[in-house]
Design a protein around this ligand. Structure first.
Ligand code: ADP
Ligand code: MG
Length: 476
């Protein structure tokens, strides 16, 4: 009866953990603090309005059920939202390290203590004229042209939130990561463009990390390091693309660290992209990595078929091209690895047709794609396998990834694990994570079970070969 606040919330978290992916758990639930329990009303503190809205939109049902299980039918949940105080944006995914927090938050100068300071403390001179900076933004990379799908929903929404309130959300820095050609650069520009539109007075700058590095190296050569640092510290919204290139570049990381701290303390927005998750960024200084955790890291995944079709259609619309639906679909089904290749295939089909003055037919598309696909290595993804398996058994993906022990679901799940093992390079534990948070032993067991059943059960064997064919259709 008299469970403590902490106990109640702990129990809730256990239930939630079983029902969401580890990444989502970490992003949305870990930062929540329970603050009150009175008359079966549990009050939780969430870090921002955005998080509150996200929880309500995506996890209302789960939260409702959880509260009901923990507190019974009269149980209720209330939110308390941390005010997004512009002077002190709270750390978000990870707590501010306590031992640094005072020195940093109260520091009146920009430099944190641990920097090897060859550069003087830059103070912004009051009344200094606003910088006239060319933002270097590509005008066609807008939000409007960036198709939303499951693959990019979190990153896109966070980007949008940041654009509406640069420096004023807990997503600072916002780090967008994902493989090549999945839209990191596009999204980064979109945020910049949106900010420029809503806040014309803000100085926005997009810079690829290699350019940043070369500018820095030149400034050292020319003895104008101070100017370099000052320039960057006066930017309101700094977008650095592909920060993985800074790996191993210690001097550049040092100077970036200084700039980062200055901007962050002054509530300037920092947006970063990387082709790897922060944990996998080898050669990046720990103090930088830990700062990335102050904000939000959101990944971009490979878009599903529907999203790929929508992207192609958008692209054709923007370019004023018309192509029959069946051809668009054919391209979208054939090119599954990334958006850049998808667009590349479309462009080469269009180019072929206009060069040879041939109409765009399915025949032509097939020829081109055959050539195109041969030149690229294709990797089947676990997500893709799961989709095929779910389609085959007519199961919703959430059910496959859930904890349910229903026989049909267990079997489908085991098949998804089996194909993930045999057709991708993923490790057993990675497959487990993707299949609803199972461990490697479970995956191994699944693979053995499938092998056994194939030998003993004819019907099962047809399932396996049918699914295998379906997976391979799009993987030539
Ligand atoms: P990355 O920086 O991740 O390598 P890019 O941002 O350069 O990828 O994207 C590659 C191409 O794919 C660009 O032409 C971009 O406009 C397009 N693209 C990527 N994602 C989307 C999307 N969700 N909607 C529309 N176009 C996209
Ligand atoms: Mg890029």
């Amino acid at each position: 009866m008299h469970k403590s606040l902490e106990q109640v919330w702990e129990n809730c978290l256990q239930l939630i953990k079983d029902n969401v992916s580890p990444q989502n758990y970490k992003t949305w639930f870990e930062p929540i603090k329970p603050i009150k329990l009175e008359n079966k009303v549990l009050t939780i503190e969430v870090p921002s309005q955005f998080v509150y809205e996200w929880l309500e939109e995506h996890y209302l049902d789960l939260l409702r059920k959880t509260i009901k299980l923990e507190l019974g039918v009269p149980g209720r949940l209330e939110y308390s939202i941390v005010m997004e105080n512009i002077n002190n944006s709270q750390p978000y995914t990870v707590k501010f390290p306590a031992k640094n927090s005072n020195s940093l938050k109260n520091a009146s100068v920009a430099m944190p203590l641990d920097i090897s300071s060859t550069i003087r403390n830059p103070f912004i001179i009051p009344g200094l004229k606003k910088l006239d900076v060319d933002s270097q933004l590509n005008v066609s990379y807008t939000f409007e042209n960036f198709i939303e799908g499951d693959c990019n929903r979190l990153a896109r929404s966070a980007g949008y939130a940041v654009a509406g309130k640069p420096g004023g959300t807990s997503f600072n820095p916002l780090l967008v990561y994902g493989g090549v050609g999945l839209g990191k650069t596009h999204l980064a520009h979109a945020i910049g463009i949106e900010i420029k539109n809503s806040f014309p007075n803000k100085t926005v700058l997009y810079v690829p990390s290699d350019r940043f590095m070369h500018q820095f190296v030149d400034s050292v050569k020319n003895n104008s390091q101070n100017d370099f640092v000052h320039f960057y510290q006066m930017i309101d919204v700094l977008i650095i693309d592909d920060i993985q290139f800074l790996a191993g570049k210690e001097k550049t990381q040092d100077v970036f660290f200084q700039i980062f701290n200055h901007l962050h303390q002054n509530n300037k927005q920092i947006i970063l992209t990387s082709d790897k998750a922060p944990v996998d960024l080898q050669g990046m200084e720990q103090r930088l990595l830990s700062r990335f955790k102050w904000g939000l890291s959101a990944d971009l995944q490979i878009p599903d078929l529907e999203t790929r079709i929508a992207i192609l259609k958008k692209k054709m619309y923007v370019d004023g091209i018309e192509i029959p639906n069946e051809i668009t679909e054919y391209i979208a089904m054939s090119i599954t690895s990334n958006v850049r290749e998808l667009e590349g295939a479309l462009i080469s089909i269009i180019a072929q047709s206009s060069l040879n003055k041939r109409p765009i037919t399915l025949e032509l598309a097939k020829q081109m794609i055959d050539k195109f696909v041969k030149n690229t290595v294709h990797e089947i993804s676990i997500d893709y396998i799961q989709k095929v398996v779910c389609d085959y058994f007519d199961l919703p993906l959430e059910v496959l990834k859930s904890k349910t022990r229903k026989r049909e679901v267990v079997q489908a799940r085991q098949l998804a694990m089996y194909f993930s093992k045999s057709m991708t390079k993923s490790s057993l534990s990675n497959i487990g994570i993707h299949c609803g948070g199972k461990d490697h032993a479970t995956v191994l067991h699944a693979c053995r079970t499938v092998n056994n059943l194939m030998e003993t059960d004819k019907k099962f064997k047809t399932y396996v070969s049918d699914i295998q064919k379906r997976i391979q259709v799009h993987d030539k």
